[in-house]
Design a binder for this molecule. Structure first.
Ligand SMILES: Cc1cc2nc3c(=O)[nH]c(=O)nc-3n(C[C@H](O)[C@H](O)[C@H](O)COP(=O)(O)OP(=O)(O)OC[C@H]3O[C@@H](n4cnc5c(N)ncnc54)[C@H](O)[C@@H]3O)c2cc1C
Length: 482
């Protein structure tokens, strides 16, 4: 049996495996999917996790539950030696080990791309994972709780100031959801006023959301401004030391929450730890048929798709001639890759990947959205409905769709759930505080000086028997614990 190894079970990897399960005949190939996470993350819903409209778990699609014929291994691929067709797998616990394969599919996605700005690595948070989105939501709610107990002043202002860096789709969606969450929260905190809460989005370019029209982008900025959220264009973050965001315009915003969404870069390990060819941006070089390509042509038995790869965009719509890193491409490339891989196993030629951009939809908080398809550009409630309609049906598996729609139904009729769950980061704190602990063991008492042993012994016959030191019965640590 051909052994197929898929590196990364996000969008592209999950869809590749899913489609392979449908296409492969029994016994034709054995598919192994390796990912340090046991789930794929439906990233377009992360802003709604921040807003509290969707529960964090419901944007995660379990690989094991839905990939029944695929061997799922929860581990990180540390290294790929394609010349030997061996990958090194490192589980969270235990030693790394080598895994031999016949065909490799690299779909390891991307990570947040940052710059060496002082303080960013220590104080900012990305938005690529449900854990990050849940932290942002909980911290906003926790900060409202803390601020409501403080008098007006710098500490309260810091707790109520929120900064997002990067005005792409992800950044603007997160910003809009954060703002709408904060506005709803204010109803429960009479001591806090609308103007006490500050939202700043810092964007280095002269506009936001390159995926929508210029007019649409301006309309979104205007709408955010009306909701009390300020977008700073042509502005860069110069420092974030101690959580004080300083900008090239001279502003300073002390804050607890700095969300970094200023771009992504291909998973760095493909450049540093594989012998697969990468381009100047660290993406795996791909042909339009999704096979990996080196200087001398196709690299046999190596495939790639999604954010980690530089796939030519034959529709002419890509940046620099390549598909932009988005889910639209990752999903379709994953499916096409599976079809092409099976075709080559059966001696047929692979087909080129071709996809014309469908447009873009963004949710900016309940009843606020942006939508562009061709020349149609909408900002407002209709666009928001389009966002929900598209993504609600696009999240993979019926099971997850039902959970997401149920969350929306509940939020619509019951309102957002404002209970923060940040205490889960220290789940043992309460138990530990009140748990009965063994008393510390007393220091050993020095033995009383013995006249027999300390005095020079002149004559053994005259010597008195040495006095045994008194035994004191104190509970030992072990006895106390028992
Ligand atoms: C907030 C946000 C909103 C977005 N909204 C949209 C949208 O509305 N529309 C749209 O089209 N796109 C959107 N995107 C982009 C889209 O989510 C990504 O382009 C898509 O997830 C890329 O899929 P992928 O499979 O390449 O990578 P991912 O989905 O990131 O999957 C990569 C997988 O590889 C795994 N991995 C990484 N390194 C290793 C390793 N060494 N070994 C094993 N496994 C590894 C990771 O754990 C991960 O599971 C959004 C992104 C974000 C962050």
């Amino acid at each position: 049996m051909t052994k197929i190894l898929i590196v990364g079970g996000g969008y592209a990897g999950f869809y590749t495996a899913w489609r392979l399960e449908k296409l492969l005949n029994p016994g034709e190939a054995q598919v192994t999917l390796v990912d340090p996470l046991p789930y794929m993350t439906y990233q377009p819903f992360l802003p709604e996790v921040i807003g509290g409209s969707i529960e964090p778990r419901h944007v995660l699609v379990s690989q094991r539950r839905h990939l029944r014929r695929t061997r799922v291994v929860t581990a990180e691929v540390e290294k790929v030696d394609h010349a030997r067709k061996v990958a090194t797998l490192k589980p969270e616990h235990g030693d790394a080990y080598e895994f031999s394969y016949d065909v490799i599919v690299v779909t390891a996605g991307s990570v947040s791309r940052t710059f060496p700005i002082p303080g960013i690595a220590d104080n900012a948070i990305g938005l690529k994972a449900a854990e990050e989105a849940a932290w942002i939501r909980d911290t906003i709610i926790d900060n409202f709780n803390r601020a409501s107990a403080l008098p007006p002043g710098p500490e309260r202002q810091r707790l109520l100031t929120f900064v997002v860096v990067g005005g792409g789709f992800a950044g603007i969606e997160a910003f809009g959801e954060m703002r709408s969450l904060a506005t709803d929260l204010l109803e429960d905190y009479p001591s806090l006023q609308f103007d006490d809460v500050q939202f700043h989005l810092i964007e280095a370019a002269g506009r936001i959301m390159p995926e929508v029209t210029e007019d649409g982008a301006v309309a979104v900025i205007k709408q955010l401004a009306e909701r009390g959220a300020k977008v700073h264009l042509n502005t860069q973050v110069t420092s974030a030391v101690d959580g004080v965001v300083e900008t090239s315009a001279g502003d300073k915003f002390p804050t607890d929450v700095i969300v970094w969404t200023a771009g992504v870069m291909a998973a760095p390990f493909v450049k540093s730890n594989t012998d697969l060819p990468v381009d100047e941006r660290g993406r795996i070089r791909a042909r339009a048929d999704l096979r990996v390509e080196g200087d001398d042509g196709v690299i046999r038995d190596a495939w790639t798709a999604g954010d980690v790869s530089a796939v030519p965009d034959l529709s002419g719509g890509g940046v620099g001639g390549f598909c932009v890193p988005n889910a639209q491409h990752a999903v379709r490339q994953g499916k096409q890759l599976a079809e092409n891989l099976v075709a080559t196993l059966r001696g047929r030629a692979p087909k080129d990947y071709y996809h014309e951009n469908l447009g873009a939809v963004a949710g900016l908080g309940p009843w606020n959205g942006a939508f562009r398809s061709g020349k149609i550009m909408l900002v407002g409630p209709l666009a928001w409905l389009a966002h929900r309609g598209y993504h609600g049906t696009a999240i993979p598996t019926i099971e997850r769709k039902v959970r997401v729609f149920t969350d929306w139904f509940n939020t619509f009729f019951l309102g957002r759930d404002f209970v923060p769950f940040s205490a889960r980061q220290h789940p043992r704190a309460s138990f530990e505080r009140f748990a009965s602990k063994p008393r510390p063991k007393p220091a050993e008492e020095p033995a009383p000086a013995s006249p027999v042993t300390d005095a020079p012994v002149a004559d053994k016959a005259d010597a008195k028997p040495a006095q045994a030191p008194k035994t004191v019965n104190r509970p030992t640590a072990k006895a106390n614990a028992e």
